[in-house]
Design a protein around this ligand. Structure first.
Ligand code: ZN
Length: 159
């Protein structure tokens, strides 16, 4: 897919996050660190969460891959910082619903809605949801008392 197919403003926001990813840090002692890999496009990220007092105190993100995957993960880090795990999960669910079914609650996702155009390109939805699926895996691992793991997105699932 060419980014030219997306609205110009959306493209600008996506490219800004791609070129200047937020929370592009390596945390010294994360509570959990999870890798996510999307074999369809070759996107990969490592997501670190540091928990304190029940909140996601800091987020570290490293990754490489297409603009959609990296921009979505960057926006995700901003959306979950300072939130509880339950709030982060709720946002992840809303984002996945938004990418697969469309949005009937305008304003609920803020900047993330610039990714709406990706819905026209089903194969790229896995790029947009990679960060979020990795987040959900990280939360699962953290709750299980694990320090991290690796998630490989299945090619035959929608998101
Ligand atoms: Zn991708």
């Amino acid at each position: 897919m060419s980014l030219d197919a997306l609205d110009a403003l959306y493209k600008e926001v996506i490219l800004d996050h791609y070129q200047n990813p937020r929370n592009n840090d390596s945390l010294e002692s994360p509570s959990v660190a999870t890798e996510g890999y999307n074999p369809v496009c070759g996107d990969q990220i490592t997501l670190q969460l540091k928990m304190a007092d029940g909140l996601i105190e800091s987020v570290g993100l490293q990754g490489k891959g297409c603009a959609i995957s990296q921009a979505s993960a960057s926006m995700m880090t901003e959306a979950i910082k300072g939130k509880t795990l339950e709030e982060a999960e709720a946002t992840a669910r809303r984002f996945r619903d938004f990418m697969t079914k469309g949005n009937d609650q305008p304003d609920s996702l803020g900047d993330l809605e610039v990714l709406e155009g990706v819905r026209m390109f089903p194969v790229r939805i896995k790029c947009a949801t990679l960060g979020w699926n990795t987040l959900q895996e990280a939360i699962k691992e953290y709750r299980a008392g694990l320090r991290g793991g690796r998630l490989v997105i299945k090619e035959d699932e929608n998101t």
